[in-house]
Design a protein around this ligand. Sequence first.
Ligand code: AMP
Ligand code: GLY
Length: 431
Amino acid sequence: MRVLVVGGGGREHALAWKIAQSPLVSKVYCAPGNAGISDSAECVPIAAGDVAALADFAIANDINLTVVGPEAPLMAGIVDLFEGRGLRIYGPSRDPARIEGSKAFAKKVMQTSGIPTADFQLCDSPQAAREAVQKHFAQRSGYSGVVVKADGLAAGKGVTVCSTQEEAMAAVEDLMVQRIYGDAGNQVVIEERLIGPEASIMVVTDGHNIVPLLPSQDHKRALEGDLGPNTGGMGAYCPVAMMPSDLVEKSLETIVRPAIETIRELGIPYRGTLYAGIMVTEDGPKCIEFNCRFGDPETQAVLCMLETDLVELLMGVVECSLADTKLRWRSGAAVSVVAASGGYPGEFRRGLLITGLEEAARQPGSMVFHSGTRKTEQGIVTDSGRVLAVTGWGDTVRLAAQNAYRTMDSIEFEGKQLRRDIAQKARDLNL
Ligand code: AMP
Ligand code: GLY
């Protein structure tokens, strides 16, 4: 088979790396890819959002399966376009992909399906948002705060968790008046702040059958101790200590399955990866968001644990033959640590030389996934906020983390920023 991976981040590096290991696959392309992905796939200079050019490429190059990494092409309708042209592609079509593209649609699905989630209000003007914030703080004194979310996409950064009314008002001002994320702030969601450990539950589904991946946990805040602003994700590990199988099962039954059924009843079955962001509250698991794709950096951890052929799994969705699929997993755990550019998620510099990659590649029990890197005559340089992620694996979370950090320490670039506390709670418990 000839496979095309769409995207150019760490998640796509993990996908291309795992796909290239499949005995079913003779050739992997990645568009646009990055410096690291070129070790696993031939990179082609087509942007992930240029869906028409990608379809032309797939036809011209006899691609048998296209796997879409990021959300933007899914929301731009890449799946509808490919299927319309008779091409096989993995991912949800445009309509169900709104589960991620519009928080308002996601909340509607949650309400219709009775999915446990935070109380919320959708506001389409700064005045309405300010009133919602005031109402939350005045009437719901039991709440530990509110969360202000841009309705549109802001690369995981349009969310502010606020303990005080002043913080919430400032977040509304930034999104709706200063419009720091542009049109993403046309509408905002003001919601109850939930308290508890978080987990990412990713499933692969053909719209009927559900194959869960190992539960994972992202570390969204920029700084150690879960401080600082939200980012796209600074590290992840799996499986998650606080998510024993009964809680995973409960999350599947109360959150994931109802969403997939409701979307199917709305007309177009959800096929692809459905990612539920879960918070395990005192009242049980509650859904904080859905994504229509694999998580980043969760995928860099989860795929290092997967023993089953990923291509067989993805083809099960494309060919609607997922029933009875059982995945095989390596025992132990995987920990993925992100190195970001200094200043991320704020302003940062690009084009800084990365050293130590060859030594890192020789370290056992780990793999370096590039998120934003570029090849130049001088060598491989930084090219985005999140630069790369190192995943380590081992019999325990502690050993997996040791492998990840040891390899990470052999890689340097100016301003390199990382969190030393990925999976810390599980490491402390010696899990
Ligand atoms: P989202 O983009 O909706 O996933 O939000 C990003 C991050 O903000 C989540 O991973 C949580 O850490 C945090 N967050 C979002 N919603 C809530 C909530 N209702 N209560 C507490 N934290 C939240
Ligand atoms: N790691 C969070 C996400 O992929 O949205």
